[in-house]
Write a protein that binds this ligand. Structure first.
Ligand SMILES: Nc1nc2c(c(=O)[nH]1)N[C@H]1C(S)=C(S)[C@@H](COP(=O)(O)OP(=O)(O)OC[C@H]3O[C@@H](n4cnc5c(=O)[nH]c(N)nc54)[C@H](O)[C@@H]3O)O[C@H]1N2
Ligand SMILES: Nc1nc2c(c(=O)[nH]1)N[C@H]1C(S)=C(S)[C@@H](COP(=O)(O)OP(=O)(O)OC[C@H]3O[C@@H](n4cnc5c(=O)[nH]c(N)nc54)[C@H](O)[C@@H]3O)O[C@H]1N2
Ligand SMILES: [Mo]
Length: 678
């Protein structure tokens, strides 16, 4: 429970089955943002406060002009996993019907897209955890690959604790000994970018030690033989060379993991690579081969990111998707959605560019106007300097946000929005449980909800009939109708039903349906009901360390801050505890460069430079540097990362760049870089 400085009190609900009353430090300090002095309360046009009509007039005139002169392909929309289901749905509808652009994508592309693509391929469906989170406590062994939930999902830590209390084991794969890895029975400090080789190597040993479940493979899967042949080349010596992990550790890991039921979980550390999809497929292969999937406490899951990371990818703000997890390129799916919307299927645009490709095409030769809802793209995108230049070349940049974050600072128009406690809505959590978010406060005068903004713009652009309301309850009812018969079927849900219960798991295809907590007990979602194995090979990252840039540079999160820091850097308690980005560096490496604890270190990659404060620690591999990406300007980790994408998911390689150290400055008294890097 936390008391914020402004007198609001936040507490967890002990009866809620996911967190059972526990909250994260960012949750219980979040009220500070509601009445924050920096909160936007008026639209800004070229940085000056204006009334809503003036802002709307400016936006709609520019949009009309650009649409007329250059066509819908030159307008882009960028959404977010921070948006409620209602907002994500309306945003996708707005892009396709009002702007008629194919180019809508969202920050979930940077987040869950590799795990999502792999789950769709293997299982025919993508729900982060295909089981309730309480199943974690039932697992004999949990293999956690590239995730740090003690810091990134603290309210979930209790399920790991309970699993431990039940006699279960935890194996953590991470180049760093994180808070989570410290609690593990086995920590595998892997070479960045080699998780796929590890998975194949573990399956090699499972086969050798006769731990695979041939009966499960025969009855419930397709494609094992090709995988078996592939992993025969991943003998322990080769895997040790690729991953840096000794055979003894691999054998220990696979023996524990083979006990039934056991679970494999992936986080962004395994997924945010240019081979993220294949890496996740390799872990799904392992879970299938061991026969874990389908029984409580066994299987595969991915740890979801943002509040609505799951629902945000189901309702049509992704470049290739329509509501209900339908695909925009499948004719029947287009027809189904077009029928609900009362439009000709032909009029729906096709598939648009993925998040980074969309941003990288901003400018006079590509997308000339961009509307951003719920993302700080200039801090969160790889190769951030380049994206900043692209944003600055736009004819129109509109950012809807509660704060003037780094991307909003570049905008022609900023529209101030309501925050979580001031609006109704639904989010779908990492288990696929659809939850109500309730309005408890009246928003300050002068701000509007995203739904109101979309409705108002649609009305001004001549599409009133498609956006009759900005009431979340009504938008949700429409969304539920539209998803009827789809894979993510919400048609049995309503605010009234969600009000009565602690959320309902989709699919929920009719009002009497109880929802679906466990997806794979009997069948998978491919037409034949079977899961698919995929033979996948290790491959190099887009950029590996070399003579010029000898170090691995990887990125991630700290407990105190959230994503681009747009919100958490404004919470006094959080920014006091963690005022600037800290670079993890091993003592051997630090000694080599003469770096002491607290020194300011300028790191360089082929994209640019960024400055961090050194934390010398043996909790990281000697060949690897780690920095969080929660800061902007000269402290932005994404000045160093690159837009190398996974060929299937279009996920950028956030977790691996080749880097070098170019300058070291003694600690400055305020802890900020003494010198702006070039
Ligand atoms: N405190 C906090 N919590 C958050 C967020 C936040 O910003 N702050 N953001 C939310 C969001 S949007 C998300 S997506 C989730 C993310 O949750 P996580 O996936 O747990 O978070 P990350 O810190 O990005 O990455 C996890 C770990 O991957 C490791 N790693 C780096 N490279 C590699 C590699 O090549 N292989 C392996 N195996 N590991 C590697 C890093 O050292 C890091 O400890 O967290 C959510 N929760
Ligand atoms: N180097 C590196 N980069 C990364 C990652 C990494 O691990 N390493 N992780 C990636 C991942 S997983 C993610 S999810 C992204 C996240 O990065 P971003 O997409 O930048 O997400 P946030 O920082 O959460 O920014 C959300 C913004 O939306 C605003 N907001 C919140 N709720 C609403 C709302 O309801 N409506 C509107 N209009 N605005 C709202 C907030 O005020 C904030 O400004 O970063 C990615 N970038
Ligand atoms: Mo994320």
């Amino acid at each position: 429970m936390g008391e914020a400085d402004d007198g609001w009190r936040i507490s967890g609900d002990p009866h809620f089955p996911v967190n059972r009353g526990r909250l994260c430090i960012k949750g219980w300090s979040a009220t500070e943002l509601l009445q924050h002095p920096q909160r936007l309360r008026q639209p800004l046009l070229h940085g000056q406060p204006v009334d809503w009509d003036t802002a709307y007039d400016y936006i709609t005139e520019r949009l009309r002009d650009l649409l007329q002169r250059y066509g819908p392909q030159t307008i882009g929309v960028f959404g977010s996993g921070a948006l409620t289901n209602e907002k994500a749905y309306y945003l996708g509808k707005f892009a396709r019907l009002v702007l008629r652009t194919p180019h809508i994508d969202y920050n979930g592309r940077y987040c869950m897209s590799s795990a999502a693509a792999a789950s769709n391929k293997a299982f025919g469906i993508d729900r982060g955890l295909p089981f309730p989170v309480s199943d974690l406590a039932l697992a004999r062994t949990i293999l956690l690959v590239g995730g740090n939930p003690l810091e990134t999902l603290p309210p979930m830590a209790q399920w790991f604790e309970e699993q431990r209390a039940n006699g279960g084991r935890l194996i953590v794969v991470d180049p760093r000994r994180t808070a989570t890895a410290r609690t593990a029975d086995l920590h595998l400090a892997i070479t960045p970018g080699s998780d796929l080789a590890l998975a194949n190597g573990l399956l090699f040993l499972a086969i050798e030690e006769k731990l695979v479940d041939l009966e499960f493979i025969r009855c419930r899967t397709v494609g094992y033989e090709a995988v078996r042949r592939t992993v025969l080349h991943y003998h322990p010596a080769r895997v040790e060379q690729l991953t840096g992990l000794p055979e003894s550790a691999l054998r220990q890991a696979i023996r524990w993991l083979a006990e039934k039921p056991s679970l494999i979980l992936t986080g962004r550390g395994a997924e945010q690579h240019s081979k993220g999809v294949d890496t996740v497929l390799a872990y799904i292969n392992l879970a299938l081969a061991l026969g874990h999937i389908g029984q409580p406490g066994g299987g595969y899951g991915c740890l979801t990111g943002q509040a609505n990371g799951q629902g945000g990818r189901e309702h049509g703000q992704k470049a290739d998707q329509l509501p209900g997890y339908r695909l925009i390129e499948v004719p029947e799916h287009r027809e189904q959605v077009a029928r609900h919307w009362g439009v000709d299927p032909q009029s729906l645009p096709g598939k648009g560019r993925s998040a980074w490709e969309l941003l990288d095409s901003l400018g006079p030769k590509g997308i000339r106007a961009l509307l951003v809802f719920g993302s700080n793209v200039v801090v969160a995108s790889p190769d951030a300097r380049r994206i900043q230049q692209r944003l600055q070349s736009l004819d129109l940049l509109v950012v809807c946000d509660a704060f003037l974050q780094e991307t909003a600072r570049l905008a022609h128009v900023v529209l101030p929005v309501t925050q979580w406690a001031e609006e109704d809505g639904t989010v779908t959590n990492l288990e696929g449980r659809v939850l109500r978010r309730r309005r408890v406060l009246t928003p300050p005068a002068g701000v509007k909800s995203d739904l109101e903004i979309l409705r108002d713009l649609a009305h001004r652009l001549g599409h009133a009939s498609h956006f009759p309301t900005a009431q979340p309850r009504e938008v949700f009812a429409e969304l539920c109708r539209v998803t009827s018969g789809s894979i993510a079927d919400y048609s049995g849900l309503s605010y009234d039903r969600l009000e009565e219960q602690n959320g309902i798991f989709w699919p929920c295809p009719h009002p009497d349906h109880p929802g679906t907590p466990r997806l794979f007990a009997e069948r998978f979602f491919h037409a034949d009901g079977k899961a698919r194995f995929h033979a996948v090979e290790h491959r190099s990252a887009a950029e590996e360390p070399d003579g010029d840039f000898p170090l691995y540079f990887t990125t991630g999160r700290t407990l105190e801050h959230y994503n681009s820091g747009a919100q958490s850097r404004r919470v006094s308690r959080l920014s006091r505890t963690c005022p600037h980005p800290v670079l993890w560096i091993h003592p051997e490496l630090a000694a080599h460069y003469g770096i002491g604890d607290g020194a300011e270190v300028v790191v360089e990659t082929r994209r640019g430079q960024a400055a961090f404060q050194a934390e010398v620690t043996s909790d990281i591999r000697p060949d690897t540097l780690f920095a969080p990406f929660h800061w902007g300007d000269a402290q932005a980790a994404n000045l160093l990362t690159q837009g190398a994408l996974d060929p299937t998911s279009r996920m950028p390689e956030f977790k691996l760049s080749a880097a070098r150290i170019v300058a070291v400055h003694p600690p400055s008294p305020n802890g900020h870089p003494a010198k702006e890097p070039a």
